[in-house]
Design a protein around this ligand. Structure first.
Ligand SMILES: [Zn+2]
Length: 51
């Protein structure tokens, strides 16, 4: 048996999650947000900016 290259076992996540860093304008908390409308985990404010 002559097998060249062996099985390719690459694990690619089907749903690639893109996280971005945000800073809350209200309390200054910096966090990683997912999606278009991230929410501050500290004060639940949506008034955040991408950093
Ligand atoms: Zn906040």
């Amino acid at each position: 048996m002559c097998s060249v290259g062996g099985p390719l076992d690459i694990d690619l996540p089907a749903d690639r999650v893109e996280t971005k860093a945000y800073r809350c304008k209200d309390c200054g908390e910096q966090f990683k947000g997912i999606g278009k409308r991230p929410m501050c985990p500290s004060c639940q404010s949506e008034d955040v900016v991408e950093i």
